[in-house]
Structure formats: C-alpha cells, structure tokens
Design a protein around this ligand. Structure first.
Ligand SMILES: NC(=O)c1ccc[n+]([C@@H]2O[C@H](COP(=O)([O-])OP(=O)(O)OC[C@H]3O[C@@H](n4cnc5c(N)ncnc54)[C@H](OP(=O)(O)O)[C@@H]3O)[C@@H](O)[C@H]2O)c1
Length: 241
C-alpha cells in the first residue's frame, strides 16, 4: 500500500487531493492546522491519518516520523487570500515548507527516493527549459513579484526544487504542477498537460479546475509511467477547451 503525506490538505485543492488519493488506494497523512477545516472529507476513512499541526512550526524530527512511512509528499499549500495571508508572515510559507521536507528527507537514513509533488502556478516559468513568456506577461509578472509576496513564494519554492534538488539528487525526485486560473467543478473533466504554458497567463488565462489538479497530482503518485514522464519538470495543466 502506498502512503502519501499531504501539506495544505485543508485547502480547496488539498481536500480534493486527499479524497482522490484515498479513492485511488493511497493512504494519506494529512497535515492541517485545524482538524475541523477538513469539512469535505470523510475523516473516519481508515486510510486517513490527520495530524493537527502548523507545518511552519513542525520540527524536522516530528516531520521525519511521518515522512519515513511515505513514498511521496504533496503540497497544496498557498497563502490565504486575506490581507494577513498575502502580506503577513510567514512570507515564504510554501518555500520554507518544501525546504523543511527536503532537509528532513536529506537527514533520513533511507535507501529509496521520496517524491515531492508541488502545486505551483502557470505564472511561474520553468527556467530549466528555458521558457520565454510574451513580453506583456513578463511585464505584469515582474510587477506581481514586487507587489505580491505569495507569487515570489511560489517562484522560490519551484526554484528550490529545480536548483537545489535538481535532477540527480539521490534521495528526492520532484515535479511542480502548474495550473492556470483555478475554478471549482464537481467532476473530473478532460484536461491537457503541457511542458510549458501555451497561453498568456495574464491576458489570455485558461481555466483549470481544482479537481483536475487533484486528479493529475494523484495520478503522478499511482501511475509510474506518468511519473517517469514528468519528474524533474513543471507540467502545466488546463481544462480541455
Ligand atoms: N487562484 C488561482 O487561480 C491559482 C492558480 C494557479 C496556482 N495557484 C496556487 O495554488 C495553490 C493552492 O490553491 P488553493 O486555492 O487550493 O489554496 P487554498 O484553498 O487557499 O488552500 C491553502 C492551504 O494552505 C494552508 N495555509 C495557508 N496559510 C497557511 C499558514 N500560514 N500556515 C500553514 N498553512 C497555511 C491552508 O490551511 P488553512 O485551511 O488552515 O488555512 C490551506 O490548507 C496556491 O499555492 C496558489 O498560489 C492558484
């Protein structure tokens, strides 16, 4: 039985991801600040373990106790869309959490590779390729970088995986999934995956339903051929137009 640790499990995408992993036969350790926020999940599911702790305050040794049982760590963390969430602390919620997970894995005596699957954003470029977004998009994104700390956090989290973990780490493999404009839908629908954005993220944004993100992220856990295709890359996901 596979086991996954999910950060940001209480979020709009995180809850869908937890439900989808359980449905696909993967046991889940859900890290949440408040157990009651898991209101869309059957919290009595036998495959689900809920750990009530703020990831920012969790020690690496506590985290290691959970990570060592898992093959994969998934993050759907994101700043709450409130003034405090966007401009207050922690400014580097996502980056710091990913670094903590990576440091924890690095300190563990393991002979397997652990996967990290990060929910990122199409507004972030994969500078490994490199990508060349349209000038209008680059101009607005550089303003967002100055004005919106959460955007910088998303960029830095993926940069950490790309640059610090890279492609040849002996304990960690990763992928950063980049949805376009998130919407809510009840059912999984057809979606397309690209290695880079195919639309202008600012002036021609596409739609990506959270449930499709959850489906793709959970498929990366259960479908080895899909993982082999996308590991070390930053797939972009759009609902099929
Ligand atoms: N909006 C878009 O169109 C769009 C597009 C592409 C990518 N994204 C990215 O997608 C990601 C997830 O989106 P979403 O809508 O599913 O997010 P969401 O519903 O806002 O969920 C955010 C998660 O992060 C947790 N969190 C927030 N602040 C925290 C803190 N200070 N300490 C610990 N945990 C904290 C929340 O926990 P609580 O429940 O305890 O608050 C929740 O589990 C974000 O990184 C976002 O940038 C968004």
């Amino acid at each position: 039985m596979k086991k996954a640790l999910v950060l940001g499990a209480s979020g709009a995408t995180g809850q869908l991801l937890v439900a989808m992993l359980l449905k696909k036969g993967v046991d889940v350790v859900a890290i949440v600040r408040n157990e009651n926020s898991l209101n869309k999940i059957d919290s009595s599911h036998p495959g689900l373990q809920i750990v009530e702790v703020n990831i920012s305050e969790m020690t690496e040794s506590d985290l290691a106790q959970h990570v060592k049982e898992c093959e994969v760590v998934l993050s759907c963390l994101g700043h709450n869309l409130t003034f405090k969430g966007m401009f207050g602390h922690p400014r580097r919620l996502v980056t710091d959490a990913i670094k903590k997970v990576a440091n924890t894995i690095a300190s563990m005596n393991i002979d397997k590779k652990i996967k990290i699957i990060l929910m990122n954003t199409s507004g972030n470029s994969n500078r490994d390729i490199p990508e060349k977004p349209p000038y209008s998009q680059r101009f607005v994104i550089s303003l967002l970088r100055l004005l919106l700390p959460p955007h910088v956090d998303n960029e830095k989290a993926a940069d950490f995986l790309r640059i610090e973990i890279g492609q040849t780490n002996n304990k960690i493999e990763w992928t950063a999934v980049r949805p376009d404009g998130l919407i809510n839908e009840d059912q999984v629908s057809q979606y397309d995956i690209y290695s880079s954005p195919v639309r202008n993220v600012i002036f021609d944004a596409g739609k990506t339903s959270r449930i499709n993100v959850a489906d793709f992220m959970s498929d990366l856990v259960v479908r080895p051929e899909l993982w082999r295709k996308w590991k070390g890359r930053m797939p972009v996901i759009y609902n099929h137009a």
